[in-house]
Ligand binder design. Sequence first.
Ligand code: HEM
Length: 476
Amino acid sequence: MPLAAPPPVSTSSVRRLVMDLVRERSAAAETPMPPGEHGVSLARTRRFHDNPLPVLVEAYQRYGPVFSLRIFHAQVVFLVGPEANHFVTVSGADHFTWREGHFGDLIPLLGDGLLTTDGEYHRRTRRIVLPAFAKERIAASLDTMRAEIEPALQRWHDGATLDLYAWTRVLALRIAMRALFGLDPDGPLARNADAATQFEHALGFWASDYFLQVLRGPRTPWARLVEARRRLDAVVYDEIARRRRTGERGEDILSLLIDASDEEGHRLTDRNIRDQVMTLLFAGHDTTTSTVAFLFHELGRNPHELRSLLAERDAVLGDRDPTFAELMGGALPRLDLVLDETLRMYPAAWIGPRRSAKPFELAGVRVPAGIPVNYSSWASHHLPDVWGDPEAFRPDRFSPEQRGSIPKGAYIPFGGGSRICVGMRFGQLEVKAIATRILRDFTLDLQGGFSLRTRQMPTIGPRDGLPVIVRDRRRG
Ligand code: HEM
């Protein structure tokens, strides 16, 4: 018996905009909005769009952990800080829906995957997907990661200049395609459709200016999204049909999804499978790409951290690559600290968009039902009253001696509770595998005059890429 799909939502941005306003009116009639900035302001909207971090931290300092800001047309409530994070992800998680919040904006590409569904449908599909992320499966994917990393490094040489962000993006998408779906990125199916490029085109929709996203018609960002989706769908549906026809299965998630059923015998339809595949490709490559780039950005700015990382790497591994147990079992503690601190400063999935399903009270502030409510790891990780000197890159914050003083809910780069990131270990493994392999032979200098600017849609990333100069460690 196929699993019943969740109710459809409109993908018309005008309709969604009108619905936002209608819901806001009825919510405000019941309960006043939390303190904050309620009027329409193009300047605030622009500032938030360019860099939301200072806007959110300032609002937290002025209004406390629960505040509202009108962004574009909509009144949005933000929950920031340890207590608020714990409430949204764990203790009060049932007050919120994901599908009705801004994750719903991703439905045109992702359909009804884990990020855009709730309740029973989500619980059942998560249970089906989870075994694919069990420890043994992830351990097995290290070989696939290595098989992609090696050739990607082949053209690196001393003095070469490259954009590390762009380099990692191609690599991470290839790893995701191969490790998660058993799709050969150079095979005829993926190559003919140029799946990697199509995926980038599709994601470009959310990176385009908000006002352009509203437009429909030829040559708009929407038209490019629809065309890219059509081509990607062809790849995924063809592969599902091929696997069903030939009975061919592998260690990948696609095989698992095709055969999966839950304890009541519910199976996934082709459409369900396509939506999960697209969601995992989306959630699984952009986040790791940005994390690799930010990690090397901070190593470039903090030479003493780079030195201790290299010393640890060389002492523990010499000129071999680490095993899965070494990467994930604490054999490289300095690397763990550097990754934790990178994800504190730049948690790629920086915002957790929801809609309140019922009213609640937090930190003495009442929040009505029916409005967009977001938590933000990025803002929460930069609060001066929680993290001393938040702009400083200090991996030792996470050392065994200091870790205990981090308040519950303060550090949430992978979310939390029953919907914590399913790909957490896969993502950590991938970042560490790429970083340790690069550092075996190379260090990376930031190109002179480079100054980091972030973009934040759909995840945080370096807006201008990460231009670096390669230094070959083997040349002495
Ligand atoms: C450094 C890498 C990653 C980071 C920082 C990250 C971060 C996050 C965060 C913060 C959430 C929760 C969002 C919220 O509460 O609103 C999340 C959810 C999710 N992530 Fe990740 N992620 C990473 C890698 C991955 C990978 C590699 C995959 C898949 C292969 C993945 C798949 C997902 C999925 C499917 C969800 C939704 C889970 C659910 O709702 O049941 N992520 N991720």
